[in-house]
Design a protein around this ligand. Structure first.
Ligand SMILES: [Zn+2]
Length: 493
């Protein structure tokens, strides 16, 4: 899923519009952007922009999931709507969502679709900081940054009706994301980032929030990156590059911007209270690995992946890739009334040739399985698929490889397919995610003392980062802390 990032883009910051020939070829063209005041060249009309956002939004929600807390969703939506209302494009179909994703990230789609993850929400420290993040993302939309860097070739592929070439189940390992997901990987330029910061400061100030808080967000992102939080490191920086002296520039911009409210809002306490009880980190109820064994507490099953295969669990699939990267195992939800019906329609797909069907149960679970060969213009794949009816849910588990590699992989694939079994161990079934506990210190205390009292499950450095603390400082009475508690996995009990 690669995409030219530099090739044919026209910078949003470009003062000179391309004229003549191109404009004749392409219906849209130059216009003064209301947010930036700059002349801007784009291929995409506002109606197309909105259509792109509307088409991509369900993919994003499907891939990452909405955080299941309506009051938190409503909170972010209300803040976002306030900001959008004071922006230069108040009439877009603005949509603000909290994604159920532990990564530190926020992003915008064309047309006014803005996403923050629960991961970034945990690391933000006030309502003004959240408003800063939302304002920055709104800025990317009002300045039409994504839209102005989409080339004609990309436009042809993006969310405008180009289907998958392969059946979805035969997409390559990383291929679950549809074409519209590519919108996420449009990397902004440093100029875009500076512009979005300036617009973020503008919208925050108009809405009455302290705009200097946006620089605190940038400082947090820098710290989290430099201290490496492993898998929770900020995705943000992979698409939002850090301009030089960013915090300084934000503070300068804030200093010359008038805030509509005196004193400006920060609202730390109100924000932190919203975070109390929020899931923190990976949610093991949606599945977790113990080496090559995968357990899914919510769906009550376990299975073994072959030794040495690289595994991944996402909202839509559990997958494993052989170390030679020549074979793939994929478990997803299946379609069909029964295992046999699911299998029959799978084998009826274009290019598919099925072998003998077996209806032998797998570890007591009703199942239907068969070998298959799939032929397309890309070559021939051999594999085996099993449909399983487990506790009212139809699952499809398949493994495959290019025909040349299949004889060497068949045994490992088959063993994995046949390892699918009910999960009955209560310790695994009852596992719970870590949640943030927000507490106000009744009296002064050191951070380490508080952590010990609370039986905090996460490392001291992580708690420091979450709370913007250094060392083990004495904390005053009345200080509010967010501490991840719970979330221990069975082996850790
Ligand atoms: Zn940005």
């Amino acid at each position: 899923m690669s995409m030219t990032k530099e090739g044919s883009r026209v910078s949003a910051g470009s003062k000179v519009c391309l004229g003549g020939l191109l404009l004749v070829l392409l219906a849209t063209g130059c216009a003064v952007n209301p947010a930036t005041g700059k002349r801007q060249f784009t291929l995409i009309t506002e109606a197309q922009e909105i259509q792109m956002g509307r088409q991509a939004d369900p993919d994003i929600v499907g891939a990452l999931g909405l955080y299941p807390d309506e009051s938190l969703q409503a909170y972010v939506r209300e803040l976002g709507d306030q900001l959008a209302a004071v922006s230069e494009r108040p009439n877009l179909p603005w949509t603000f969502r909290v994604l159920d994703d532990p990564l530190i990230n926020a992003f915008a789609l064309p047309g006014g679709f803005i996403y923050v993850t629960r991961g970034i929400m945990a690391y933000l420290d006030s309502e003004a900081e959240l408003v800063g993040v939302l304002g920055h993302e709104i800025g990317h939309v009002t300045a039409r940054h994504s839209v102005s860097r989409i080339s004609r070739a990309q436009l042809a592929q993006l969310g405008l009706g180009v289907g998958m070439i392969l059946a979805p189940e035969l997409q390559p390992f990383e291929g679950l994301a549809g074409a519209s997901m590519q919108l996420l990987f449009l990397k902004f330029s440093r100029d875009d980032e500076r512009e979005a910061d300036v617009l973020g400061v503008r919208y925050m100030s108009r809405a009455g929030y302290d705009p200097t808080q946006l620089s605190e967000v940038m400082a947090m992102l820098t710290r989290v990156t430099s201290e490496e939080v492993g898998p929770r490191g900020p995705e943000w920086l992979s698409t939002h590059p850090n301009p030089e002296n960013r915090e300084g520039l934000i503070l300068e911009e804030a200093a010359r911007t008038e805030v509509s409210r005196d004193p400006p809002l920060v609202a730390r306490e109100a924000y932190l209270r919203r975070l109390d009880g929020m899931i923190y980190g990976e949610n093991p109820r949606e599945g977790f690995f113990r080496e090559q064994v995968f357990h899914h507490p919510d769906m009550a099953f376990s299975l073994d992946f072959p030794q040495g295969w690289r595994t991944a669990n996402s909202k839509q699939a559990v997958q494993a890739l052989s170390s030679q990267e020549d074979a793939l195992l994929v478990l997803t939800l299946g379609e069909g009334a029964t295992p046999l019906a699911g299998l029959r329609s799978f084998l009826a797909e274009e290019g598919m040739q099925g072998g003998t069907i077996s209806e032998a149960p797998v570890n007591g679970i009703p199942a239907a399985a068969a070998d298959f060969r799939f032929t397309s213009s890309d070559g021939t794949l051999d594999g085996r698929v099993v449909f399983l009816q487990h506790r009212g849910t139809l699952l499809r588990f398949l493994g495959y490889a290019p025909s040349s590699a299949w004889p060497a992989r068949r045994g490992a694939v088959r063993a994995s397919l046949e390892s699918f079994r009910p999960l009955t161990d209560r310790r695994f079934l009852d596992v719970q995610p870590a949640r943030l506990k927000v507490l106000t210190l009744p009296r002064s205390a050191s951070l380490s003392w508080v952590l010990e009292q609370e039986g905090a499950s996460h490392r001291m450095e992580e708690v420091r980062r979450l709370n913007r603390l250094e060392g083990n400082p004495p904390l005053p009475a009345g200080h509010m802390l967010k501490i991840p508690v719970g979330g221990a996995l069975p082996e850790d009990l």
